[in-house]
Write a protein that binds this ligand. Structure first.
Ligand SMILES: *Cc1c(COP(=O)(O)O)cnc(C)c1O
Length: 221
């Protein structure tokens, strides 16, 4: 049997101050999420819009939901009324659509830019170059209902910890460069979200300040 509350408390003890824990509850039943909630967890991550919508409607209103999966343009409206942070912005068109839906809901939605670092082609995200070009165009500054707060990325799913380390280090460097170049004096561009159950210690050593952990808390999906 899984004991989310116990795993959660262990993890919280282990994480350095300044590293925010997002408990990834995708594919987990409401009961398991309520147990984590009971242990004090308020920050949860989901990767499917329809699943998030259904869970959000049934679970306590003070949960802050982060969206971490690939988000299709036509699904943005399902999460725009309540999502706290969309970590997986992987195109300018998606950013525009989030802006549009946020405006409709009278909200400003916080967003992270997802970078593609891993060797796997299956993963989504901007290449560093495409991300830079998007920021350099300056068009995003006209989007008044989104708030860019940092970057997110996943390392290659591999046993090679040196490869993982180098991917996380390059994302962290990219974060620092982009922050300096495009967000000078903007203290809220501050999130470098990297690290999952199997690689979060490496991510934290490389500069992560937000980890997204699922199976280590809830057990296998
Ligand atoms: C599923 C998922 C996680 C959590 O993965 P675990 O290995 O269960 O910790 C983190 N980030 C993203 C983007 C995910 O899709």
């Amino acid at each position: 049997m899984n004991v989310p509350s116990e795993h959660l408390l262990q993890l919280k003890n282990e994480l350095p101050a300044g590293v925010t824990l997002v408990a990834v509850s995708k594919f987990q039943p409401l009961q398991a999420i309520l147990e984590a909630y009971g242990a004090g967890q308020r920050l949860l991550g989901e990767s499917r819009a329809q699943e998030l919508k259904s869970k959000q409607a049934q679970l306590p209103a003070d949960i802050q939901w982060h969206f971490i999966g690939h988000l299709q343009l036509n699904k943005v409206k399902l999460i725009a009324p309540y999502v706290a942070l969309i970590q997986s912005i992987d195109s300018y068109r998606l950013l525009e659509e989030v802006n549009r839906q946020a405006q409709k809901n009278g909200r400003i939605i916080a967003c992270l830019l997802q970078l593609h670092l891993a060797r796997e082609e299956s993963k989504f995200g901007f290449t560093p170059q495409a991300c830079r070009e998007m920021l350099a165009s300056g068009r995003w500054k006209e989007l008044t209902h989104i708030h860019l707060q940092g970057v997110m990325g996943m390392a290659t799913n591999s046993e090679d910890s040196e490869l993982i380390r180098s991917e996380f280090c390059s994302l962290h460097n990219f974060f620092l460069q982009v922050k300096q170049e495009f967000f000078p004096g903007d203290a809220s561009f501050s999130i470098c979200s990297m690290g999952m159950s199997d690689d979060y210690p490496i991510a934290i050593a490389a500069g992560s300040n937000m980890v997204r952990i699922g199976s280590k808390i809830f057990g296998n999906r």
